[in-house]
Design a protein around this ligand. Structure first.
Ligand code: LAC
Ligand code: ZN
Length: 331
């Protein structure tokens, strides 16, 4: 989570998601208007200070997440929401990762509560960030944790939600449940969560960094598959992310004695297997990071030929000379 480094233009260009998508949706939901420089050099106004707009195709939906391939944003009109007045954060430790991830869809179906965030972190992911930040590591018997944020307009409502979520997590197998006593304590959990990606990036010279998404009900099956693939292929595959909306990040880390040559031989096979599983679960290869150069060869694993043809046709129609961010998203 790049809270401190990202810019609004990049957020719109990637249609960024982050930790609050389960309740608040992704960036495009808040883009009411855009001023765009088209590839032909014209200025185009799209939308505006409007909460409704059915004037032709939904170009905001097309431009948000277009990764700089269709236009350059020079003005962005955002829809704002009032900041929720009440909030609490629960940190729940589970001895079995399978129990933690299975609790995530249940949290919504059984309590009827939509959390502001529900982040899953397996032990390896959480511990890597603790080491990176020189913080104490989680207790030995914690195989995974959930960090659940609840918010609302009134304190009493948030208290009621916190009790229901705590009851459910305990019934689902959590053995330790801590509610942040104030903002600083909540921030301490979130700082660790936000540094997981950075911790792994600093830990290995070559590694995979994935941004998987499946329908939320399938998230336990995906985490299960990640563990099986790690065993089958050899690399460690710590997982963490915005589990409630179906989005899991996984770093693929080679054993210390692997050469780059061995890594280059194994990674493509591992990814082929992983993406085939994703397709079977109805998932996609990026939820919020985008396709860029890195994932474009894998697009056919999860979308149909007609879907890809439609993307190419749109690119040709709007940027016939291929000037903007050439070579990105599709071959
Ligand atoms: C995160 C970034 C990697 O969730 O998307 O930490
Ligand atoms: Zn993320």
């Amino acid at each position: 989570m790049s809270l401190d480094e990202c810019h609004i233009g990049g957020n719109v260009a990637t249609n960024a998601g982050g930790g609050k998508a389960i309740k608040y949706g992704v960036t495009v939901r808040y883009v009411a208007g855009l001023e765009v420089i088209t590839p032909g050099g014209e200025v185009m106004e799209v939308g505006g200070k409007l909460l409704k707009d059915a004037t032709g195709y939904n170009l905001i939906g097309l431009l948000a997440g277009s990764e700089g391939t269709l236009g350059v944003f020079t003005r962005i009109v955002l829809r704002l929401l009032p900041v929720p007045r009440a909030r609490t954060d629960l940190f729940c430790l589970f001895p079995a990762a399978a129990d933690a991830i299975a609790a995530v869809p249940r949290l919504m179906t059984e309590t009827g509560i939509v959390p502001a965030s529900c982040e899953f972190m397996d032990r390896e992911a959480y511990a890597a960030a603790c080491r990176y930040l020189q913080e104490p590591e989680p207790p030995e018997d914690a195989d995974a944790m959930l960090l659940v944020t609840l918010d609302g307009a009134e304190e009493a409502e948030v208290r009621r939600q916190a009790r229901a979520v705590a009851r459910l997590c305990e019934a689902a197998g959590a053995t330790d449940l801590r509610e942040a006593e104030d903002e600083a304590a909540a921030e301490a959990y979130w700082t660790i969560r936000r540094n997981i990606g950075k911790a792994f990036n600093a830990a290995a010279a070559f590694q995979g960094d994935e941004d998987l998404v499946v329908p939320p009900a399938s998230i336990p099956r995906l985490v299960d598959r990640l563990r099986a693939l790690a065993e089958q292929y050899g690399p460690a595959m710590p997982a963490y992310g915005h589990a409630a909306d179906g989005n899991i990040h996984v770093h693929i880390l080679p054993p210390a004695d692997w050469t780059l040559q061995r890594w280059d031989a194994v990674l493509p096979r591992l990814l082929d297997d992983l993406y085939a599983d994703l397709a079977r679960l109805g998932g996609r290869i990026s939820a919020e990071h985008g396709i860029g150069l890195k994932r474009k060869a894998h697009m056919p694993a999860v979308v149909s030929p007609v879907y890809l043809r439609s993307l190419r046709a749109l690119k040709r129609a709007l940027d016939p000379r291929g000037l903007l961010n050439p070579g990105k998203i599709f071959e």
